[in-house]
Design a protein. Sequence first.
Length: 370
Amino acid sequence: MTRQGWLLAAIALLGAALALLADRWWRRRQEARAYLRGVRYVLSDDPDAAIAALSDAAQLGTPEAVETYLALGALFRRTGDLAHAIRLHRNMLLRPGLEPARRVEVERELAHDYRRGGMLEEALAAYRVLADQGDRAAREGLRDVLVDLGRLAEAAGVQRQLSSRAEDPLLAHLLAAQARGELAADVERGRAAALAAVTAAPRSADALLALAEAQGAAGLAPDAAEAIGAALDEDPGAALLAWPALQAAGVAAALPLVEARLALAPDDAPLHYLRGRVLQRAGRTPEAAAALRRALELDVTGETTLAMRDLLREAEAPAPDELAARHDLLVLALLRKARPVRCARCGAESPVRQWRCRRCGAFESFVAPG
Ligand SMILES: [Zn+2]
């Protein structure tokens, strides 16, 4: 090739490089514009236009666009706009050029959307695909959806895979809930699950109370009483949750247990409440009314008052000679100030304390109103 030929080739190459650069510059500019437009729509509260504009940006496939998309999807979900969150995440999955690692992230986000939107079967399927690929966050999601669906034994199975520690309070909660579900149909299966719960976390009040319920159902009243005592030693704040266990243990075992505890803590409102309920079961109605009244008077947090309102709402009509005492109690329970207990994690309110928040699925998240 001549000297002139080399020169021409060099010029052609340079031209090609410039053209490439110009093209990249043009694309980046377009993408930046689409991005800015999307941000503007978000700011002006027009989610549909924002999704459309950001789709243009994401089509060009830069990490920034994907990042923005994900942030927007999380924002939609946080504000409860699940239809838009789902549409946005589905859109993202349809775009070509999404890196495999990012794809997993988007699929996980979509599964979260489904769960928050109550589309539990869709969430379950989406989480399961990711969980099978070893995604830990998806496994946690899978476990929570199984709990939402009431498939507690499966949820416990997933939690066992997740947990590496010897003691696992969360697994204990799951197995305790499973035990309570199974007790109605099959006492021995329920008892096995309760024993597994206590094995998973020997100091879990939830597990110990579930065990007491199972022992009581199996006719083992002294074992039930022992487990209730252990539960209240571990967590005196769980007293209001101990009623099903006391009921299962039977009056003969429950009354001495509650009275022995009251002797040590005479001003404890939940214990007076429990004593009242046991006395009621025993048919000692006037004493029961006095104990329940005492519980209301001693209630500092309002939680016993709330439990009492719940009890009175569910209670059967009183016998004619008990009407006055019942009325007295009802008025007192309604007059006392009591705010609902609140989930410390998601803020959901509940009239009575529960082991698990129905809204966010957290265990032991309820705090006494104060
Ligand atoms: Zn919650």
